[in-house]
Design a binder for this molecule. Structure first.
Ligand code: DC
Length: 229
């Protein structure tokens, strides 16, 4: 059995932080599949490929020259696309919207499947995304569905942008989050749905540490050697 914990849920649910902390705590590899779709969305725009050109995007995705490199100075994994560090751009709302559009194309999802699976490494993998437990790693012994109300997610995003000195509008953020939820949940291929047997965590009123301890307690029932302190 492979040690895999999948964490699926909408953006702003706290998945990114929770997954990063889980990977650090366990010393496991981290797959941030959203970052992969974000990089692809930005690359498609930079290469002037039309969003309607599905097969062109899928074939680009199959060959895309991207590496994810740990940056000790910034304490994060940075995406290097064709030699350029895209870290400053991938968390923008534009990248999120582009990601959501390319991610809705079935042949694109298919093109990225093996690349995502190849992130697995001993002793284990934390997989962060929308379809990690349903499509990419259906065999994972531990599946989490992490969510939070749309209002709460918009507020978190608002604070995050403000703290970076980026101007933000709460109403526009909430509308953007709802639009993305709608597209991610209703697309015909790999929609955002909880995997069978997934453990639900609503992070609206929880701290990151509280979410972590709930996830680790659940995971330790299937994976005996996990630390629980
Ligand atoms: O998790 P995120 O916000 O970085 O994801 C960006 C977009 O990519 C999101 O709108 C949905 C899409 N996505 C996806 O369809 N499947 C995944 N496994 C991860 C992300």
């Amino acid at each position: 059995m492979k040690n895999i914990i999948t964490v699926d849920g909408p953006s702003g649910s706290g998945k990114g932080t929770v997954c990063q902390k889980l990977a650090e705590k366990l010393g496991w590899e981290l797959l941030d599949s959203g970052a992969l779709y974000r990089v692809l969305g930005l690359a498609v725009k930079r290469h002037d490929i039309a969003i309607e050109a599905h097969e062109k995007i899928a074939s680009f995705a199959r060959k895309m020259d991207v590496k994810f490199v740990w940056s000790a100075s910034n304490c994060e994994v940075e995406p290097i696309l064709e030699g350029e560090n895209l870290a400053p751009f991938i968390r923008t709302d534009e990248a999120g919207q582009l990601a959501s559009q390319v991610a809705a194309i079935p042949s694109v999802r298919e093109a990225l499947l093996e690349r995502q699976r190849s992130f697995y490494q001993e002793p284990g993998l934390i997989a962060d995304g929308r379809d990690m437990g349903t499509i990419v790693f259906p065999e994972a012994p531990v599946k989490i569905f992490l969510t939070a109300s749309a209002e709460c997610r918009a507020e978190r995003r608002y604070k995050q942008l403000k703290s970076k000195g980026v101007s933000a509008n709460m109403r526009a953020l909430l509308d953007s989050i709802k639009a993305r939820d709608e597209r991610d949940q209703t697309r015909p291929v790999a929609p955002l749905v909880p995997a069978e047997g997934a453990f639900f965590v609503d992070s609206s009123d929880l701290t990151i540490d509280e979410v972590l301890s709930q996830v680790l307690e659940f995971a330790s029932k299937s994976l005996s050697e996990l630390p629980l302190d």
